[in-house]
Design a protein around this ligand. Structure first.
Ligand SMILES: [Fe+2]
Length: 86
């Protein structure tokens, strides 16, 4: 594998790891949201959770750009979910 392909593969794997990081952040923030009774903290954390969810979308966009096979399989999986609900 040449250096460009190696770097591309590292970037793809790092993007997947970054998606995991964003999802873990959402879980942590929502757990904190559940336990705090401070209205100001709730407001700020809700805003941050929304941003983290957007980051997930941005990173999936990057992953799908870098690895079209991931996009194809994601869409097939999503389609199976949608058809399973009919
Ligand atoms: Fe984030």
């Amino acid at each position: 594998m040449n250096n460009n392909l190696i770097n591309q593969q590292i970037t793809i794997q790092n993007t997947r790891a970054d998606i995991i990081g964003e999802l873990e952040a959402i879980i942590q923030y929502e757990n904190h949201l559940d336990v705090t009774e401070n209205p100001q903290a709730k407001q700020i954390i809700r805003h941050i959770v929304a941003e983290e969810k957007m980051h997930v979308g941005e990173l999936f966009g990057l992953l799908f750009h870098l690895d079209p096979e991931s996009k194809k399989q994601f869409e097939l999986g999503y389609q199976e979910f949608v058809e399973g609900r009919k």
